[in-house]
Write a protein that binds this ligand. Sequence first.
Ligand SMILES: [Zn+2]
Length: 89
Amino acid sequence: MENKMPLLFSPKAWICAIFDHRFTVSQKITDHIKEYKCTRCGEEMTDTAQGFLAKLTPKFRETNAYIAKIHQRRCAKKLFSSKRFSKAS
Ligand SMILES: [Zn+2]
């Protein structure tokens, strides 16, 4: 009887395990928070608000989408208020 070992890791993931991941920025959330994707195995990581790198879980993805939304709104507001301020003075 053939006893096949379950394939736990893909060969690409093995390369990453030995040589480390090759991350590229997949999405910029803010100036300080970015999402990264490994070009070899597709593993995704993200910067967290605490300043460390974490695996990009659905929860982090959700949080990042929320942060991006707030960030965009804040930038728009800043632009708007500075315009108003210069007019008022
Ligand atoms: Zn990888």
